[in-house]
Design a protein around this ligand. Structure first.
Ligand code: COA
Length: 318
């Protein structure tokens, strides 16, 4: 049996920082409201001329360096993004060119905030079936470009960034299991209406009914945790680290309670960068690997929920 093992991680946050105090000058909000309702203290934003691929490239180079391999060793480049630089080529193809390699498969995957768990699931299947031996999986976003900076109910929540992991075929897990789901019946709760079709374009801004999304996310993430443990005959106490999608501290705390896992075993970075959509899990993961919290041999549970709705989990023996 072939599994995927995580060889290395990398991440990058753009230099420009917008604090909650800065937001008080832009919209009718307070730093206290944002902090108390979301746990977010600041977010990093791309500057003019800075692209999603720029963020993806830096995170990817860091992950390749940590993995100790060259880009030319890759068989697959998979970028989870909701904010591609262009409609086409894919950000993955742009990234491949930046990394100076040719020939390996490269494509984007769009599952909004669940994009990284979806991409890990797909890359894992490529490796398990022998279609690839080494894969670069990236979550990269410039969500700030989808925000209406007059809408206080959304603009305070999101930020930009990128994270990446390198996977390699191995005789032992690695990725133990992945679980991904979607329910397309909830478009009106979380969407960017604009698109490419019949010359009709809706609003180019992110729209969200936050309260309803919140409730749905908490319930659904609780279910995905149960599904993942049951599928592997594991119990809550087998999980060493929860690495959740970083959307809102209250959603993260609710999932931790469901797992009976103390908050010091939960990787929380939402305060530093807000909701970076598909970049948030690999950003949090990389930080906890680099600061020495996550150690080889530990069991990690990643989980995410996003527009679509999409949701999923990745169980890893690191
Ligand atoms: N600053 C100050 N007040 C704000 C505000 C802001 N930035 N945004 C909303 N408010 C106000 C509302 O207008 C409302 O006022 P009202 O009571 O006078 O009508 C009040 O705060 C409460 O709004 P509500 O939406 O009920 O707050 P909440 O406790 O649900 O928190 C969110 C709002 C958005 C933080 C929360 O619903 C949330 O995190 N939802 C999930 C979002 C998410 O994670 N989405 C991505 C999933 S991938």
């Amino acid at each position: 049996m072939t599994y995927s093992r995580i060889l290395g991680t990398g991440s990058y946050l753009p230099e420009r920082v917008l604090t909650n105090a800065d937001l008080e000058k832009i919209v009718d909000t307070t730093a206290t409201w944002i902090q108390e309702r979301t746990g977010i203290e600041k977010r990093h934003l791309v500057s003019e001329g800075e692209s999603c691929c720029d963020l993806a490239e830096i995170a990817s180079r860091r992950a390749l360096e940590a993995a100790g391999i060259q880009a030319s060793d890759l068989d697959l480049i998979l970028v989870a993004t909701t904010t591609p630089d262009q409609i086409f080529p894919s950000t993955a193809c742009l990234l491949q060119q930046r990394l100076g390699v040719r020939g390996c498969a490269a494509f984007d995957l769009q599952a909004v905030c669940a994009g990284f768990v979806y991409a890990m699931s797909v890359a894992d299947k490529f490796i398990r079936t022998g279609s690839a031996r080494r894969a670069l999986v990236v979550g990269a976003e410039t969500i700030s470009r989808l925000l209406d900076w007059n809408d206080r109910t959304t603009c305070v929540l999101f930020g930009d960034g990128a994270g990446a992991v390198v996977l390699e075929a191995s005789d032992e897990p690695g990725i133990v299991s992945t679980h991904i789901h979607a329910d397309g019946a909830y478009t009106e709760l979380l969407q960017v209406p604009a698109g490419v079709g019949n010359g009709q374009t809706g609003s180019p801004y992110l729209e969200m009914r936050g309260n309803e999304v919140f409730r749905f996310a908490v319930t659904t993430l609780g279910r995905i945790v149960d599904e993942t443990l049951e599928a592997n005959g594991m119990s809550k106490s087998d999980i060493d680290w929860l690495i959740p999608h970083q959307a809102n501290i209250r959603i993260i705390q609710a999932t931790a309670r469901k797992l009976d896992i103390p908050m010091d075993q939960v990787v929380v970075t939402v305060g530093e960068h807000g909701n970076t959509s598909s970049a948030s899990i690999p950003l949090a993961f990389d930080q906890a690997v680099r600061d020495g919290r996550i150690q080889r041999g530990e069991t990690l549970l990643m989980e995410a929920f996003g527009g679509g709705f999409t949701w999923g989990s990745v169980l890893v023996r690191y």
